[in-house]
Design a protein around this ligand. Structure first.
Ligand SMILES: *Cc1c(COP(=O)(O)O)cnc(C)c1O
Length: 417
């Protein structure tokens, strides 16, 4: 299947759907414009120059680009400090460094938006028995679930957070790979306010993955003490080749740096090996690229509505992450959807995604991704576990035009009975 195989009726459908999205797209563009202004201001205030793009080797002392980028991230996120590093191997790594910055043995870390993202469970010690997990070091874990409507359960959060052993509270902004909605930054602010009311010294951390630049403010603007995320998602703009970031209160960011490297060294070492320009350029692109991903997701919602398939969020719902959840109802539809997305990719378009037994899952998982950067999910991708309700999580799209082609391919594949 190739992009030249998109059915004529799917083109017609796409035209119909897109015609209804003008106003929605204008809202997304307005967010991108405001975020671009914020990013540009930070670049200019911090005097970004060609000298920032030179890399260091070895220990990486006095890396001008690395130090400038830390300041820029801090400014954009309204935080005291930030740590942006290619030495973070992924988002999980940055999040784990942030978690370790908040606790000591005997403390409790409290998740208040239900079960944390899959890969964090081993780091916390909820699942598995890893040497060096929070549990291994004597840190306890507690959890408050979202309520039946998928909203934060404020009374239950207040009750749980008032335990004096709770020194860290964790909020997940995005839906991740769970059947829940993303929390808006405003909702995150309300949780933080409730926590601080009953436990003013507890530090609140936000897993900001997939959320950056979908709104004009970030969790650090509404009181989050520390946030973390991945550079192969939103803030890397599809250009950063790897890495993660942490931003927040200076003392906590410093502690996260000591977890990333070693106590005593912190953020002062870490050569950038010629990657600085890509991290700057990616951040510069990020507000626009996130808008492209959001338009792709909204278009997907519109197309699914057109063929009678349930998906979330709906076209006009406010978004706080780039994920589109599509309830495909059966394995065959999941496979067809993924085959279409894969065939619409610029890279590896000729391979056919097959379900596989992925470590950490209790059932086969199917994934479609044809990205320039391995595993990058700011690029168009879709995946989901093959079990009821047969949900696919679709995200990314570096350009709306290519994202739209991918969705049209997926719809063509599904109609191809
Ligand atoms: C992607 C993601 C992470 C981190 O995943 P990595 O694959 O390690 O980058 C954590 N939490 C959420 C909600 C995510 O979407």
């Amino acid at each position: 299947m190739k992009v030249t195989d998109i059915k004529p009726e799917v083109f017609a459908m796409a035209q119909r759907v897109q015609a209804k999205l003008g106003e929605r797209f204008a809202e997304i563009d307005a967010v991108a414009e405001e975020n671009t202004r914020r990013v540009m201001t930070a670049f200019q205030d911090n005097r970004v120059s060609d000298a920032c793009f030179a890399g260091t080797t070895g220990y990486g002392y006095d890396d001008l680009g690395r130090e400038t980028l830390d300041k820029i991230y801090a400014q954009i996120f309204g935080a005291e400090a930030a740590l942006v590093r290619i030495g973070f191997v992924n988002g999980t790594h940055a999040l784990t460094a942030a978690m370790f910055a908040l606790v000591k043995p005997g403390d409790t870390i409290l998740a208040v938006t239900g079960m944390p993202y899959d890969t964090l469970r081993s780091a916390i010690g909820i699942s598995g028995d890893c040497h060096g997990s929070l549990k291994f070091y004597g840190v306890n874990y507690a959890q408050v679930d979202l309520n039946a409507d998928g909203d934060p359960d404020i009374p239950a959060i207040k009750a749980a957070a008032s335990d004096k052993n709770v020194t860290a509270v964790m909020i997940q902004r995005s839906r991740g790979y769970a059947e829940r909605k993303a929390l808006t930054v405003q909702e995150i602010g309300e949780i933080i306010k409730a926590v601080k009311e009953v436990n003013p010294t507890a530090n609140v951390m936000v897993d900001n993955c997939y959320g950056e630049f979908t709104d004009v403010i970030e969790p650090t603007h509404v009181g989050a003490d520390i946030i973390a995320g991945s550079l192969i998602k939103n803030p890397g703009g599809g250009i950063a080749p790897t890495g993660g970031y942490v931003a927040g209160r200076a003392e906590l960011v410093e502690r996260a740096a000591m977890r990333l490297t070693t106590p005593g060294i912190g953020g002062e070492c870490g050569s950038t090996l010629g990657n600085n320009r890509l991290l700057f350029q990616g951040l510069f692109m990020a507000p626009h690229i996130v808008a492209q991903a959001l338009k792709t997701a909204v278009f997907c919602a519109g197309m699914m509505e057109e063929i009678g398939i349930e998906s979330s969020p709906s076209v006009f719902e406010k978004r706080s992450d780039i994920i589109q959840m599509v309830k495909l109802g059966n394995e065959q539809n999941m496979q067809r959807f993924c085959v279409g997305i894969q065939a619409g990719a610029p890279v590896d378009s000729y391979v056919t995604p097959e379900p596989w037994a992925m470590p950490g899952y209790d059932c086969p998982v199917i994934m479609a991704a044809g990205s320039f950067i391995q595993g990058s999910s700011i690029e168009l991708s879709a995946d989901g576990p093959i079990r009821p309700p047969y949900m696919i999580y679709m995200q990314g799209g570096l350009t709306y035009e290519s994202g739209k082609l991918g969705i049209m391919m997926a719809v063509s594949a599904m109609l191809d009975k």
